[in-house]
Design a protein around this ligand. Sequence first.
Ligand code: FES
Length: 197
Amino acid sequence: MRVGADGVVTDARFDGHGCAISQASADLLIESIIGKPLEEVKKLNKESILELLGIELGPVRLKCALLSLKVLKAAVYGLHEASDSLVATFDESRVDFVEIAPVSELPNGERLFIEVGDKPIVIFNIAGQMFAIGDVCTHDDGPLGDGDLEGHHIVCPRHGAEFDVRTGKAMSMPAVVDIPAYPIQVRDGTIFVGIPK
Ligand code: FES
């Protein structure tokens, strides 16, 4: 989910498999939140889902229907807590670029662990492109940067959650909340990372 600087949801996507009810409620829910202020999204509840589905549901099916709402709420509150970092990913005017190291210190296929202020960050060089993410898994606060890379996905060494290093997006359970991703610039052979002002 992406939220603009004005607090309105600009994009939201869902990736997962489940029964017809859980898939339908996820699709309808995602469609309904795009263009809505985050504050309104926070107010969505069981009744909102039933209204979207437009059918009566028994207790078992209701649980399926509410799954996507549960994940959405986790994302919303995670996003709220990490909003500075996430905004920085999409709006470079709101970050200060901090000098990190010469490019020669991060060859292709390597990773660099740094700390800026109190933020642990890991920078990857994947096929000559650099990406920086927070080095803390949102599932259980484990260190993430040592995990295996599968394409642009890093796999948390503790319980296997996957995140996209290009966006910080949580791609698989058990994590449902994105991690911060930081913009990178390379100037005059030096790597800079954009840290929220
Ligand atoms: S701490 Fe990363 S998946 Fe659990």
